[in-house]
Design a protein around this ligand. Structure first.
Ligand code: ZN
Length: 215
C-alpha cells in the first residue's frame, strides 16, 4: 500500500520543505529522480519534447560521472537539475559530515560535466532532494542555507514493478492538481511503469490545458 498523496501531517512537520508550488495556474512540476541513465533518460527527454514540457531532474552524482552525455543533454534542452547526493545516501543512516560531503561531491561533478549550462540553469538556485525523503533535522539545517529542499505531493511509485501500470497511472491522474510536484524515476527499476505512465499523463494534462514547468 502506497501513500500516493503526501499526507498533510508530514507537510506540517516539515514546513520549510517545498511540497507543492504555490500557483492557481494549470501547471504541473514533473520531477525525475536517480538518473541520468542511458535509454531511460533519453525516453523522458523525447516525451517532454513532444509535449513541449519542461521537467526537473534530481541526479545522482555517480550517474552524472558515468553518463556525462545524458546529463549534458538534459541541460541543453533547458530542463532544471537538482542534487540527489553522489551515492544516493539514506540520511537516516549516514553521519552528517559524510552526508554533506556527498552532496558537495554531487555538485562538483554536475559543475564539471555541465559547465556553463549548469551555472546558467533557469532557476539560478540550487535544488536538493534527499534520497528516499530520509534526512535528519540537523542535516536539513546544514543544507538549507545553500539549497531549496524539494519534496513532492504526488508519488507515482513507478519503481515498484509489482504495481500495475494502469493503477500507477490512475493514482497519478487522480492526485495531481495545479502546482503539484510529481515524482518519476529515470531508472531501470522504474522504466516499465515510466514508459506507460509518463506519455499518458502528459497527454491527459495537455488536453486539459496544463503546462509542465521546471521548479
Ligand atoms: Zn532517489
Amino acid at each position: 500500500m502506497y501513500l500516493h498523496k503526501t499526507h498533510s501531517l508530514v507537510k506540517y512537520m516539515f514546513p520549510s520543505f517545498t511540497w507543492h508550488m504555490p500557483t492557481q495556474q494549470t501547471e504541473l512540476f514533473l520531477t525525475f529522480d536517480d538518473g541520468p541513465i542511458p535509454g531511460v533518460t533519453d525516453f523522458v527527454l523525447e516525451q517532454l519534447d513532444q509535449h513541449d514540457a519542461k521537467g526537473t531532474f534530481f541526479c545522482v552524482g555517480d550517474n552524472v560521472r558515468k553518463y556525462p552525455d545524458e546529463f549534458r543533454r538534459v541541460l541543453q534542452k533547458g530542463h532544471a537539475v537538482g542534487n540527489h547526493t553522489f551515492h544516493h545516501l539514506n540520511g537516516w543512516r549516514t553521519d552528517d559530515e559524510h552526508y554533506l560531503d556527498n552532496i558537495r561531491r554531487c555538485d562538483e561533478v554536475m559543475q564539471a560535466v555541465g559547465g556553463d549550462d549548469f551555472e546558467h540553469r533557469p532557476l539560478g538556485r540550487r535544488l536538493f532532494r534527499p534520497p528516499y525523503g530520509r534526512v535528519t533535522r540537523d542535516q536539513i539545517r546544514m543544507v538549507r542555507p545553500q539549497y531549496r529542499v524539494i519534496m513532492w505531493d504526488v508519488l507515482t511509485a513507478d519503481y515498484d514493478a509489482s504495481l500495475g501500470q494502469e493503477r500507477c497511472l490512475q493514482k497519478a491522474l487522480q492526485y495531481s492538481r495545479p502546482g503539484s510536484i510529481v515524482i518519476f524515476h529515470d531508472s531501470h527499476k522504474a522504466e516499465k511503469n515510466l514508459r506507460y505512465v509518463l506519455p499518458r499523463l502528459l497527454d491527459h494534462f495537455s488536453e486539459k490545458g496544463f503546462q509542465f514547468k521546471t521548479l
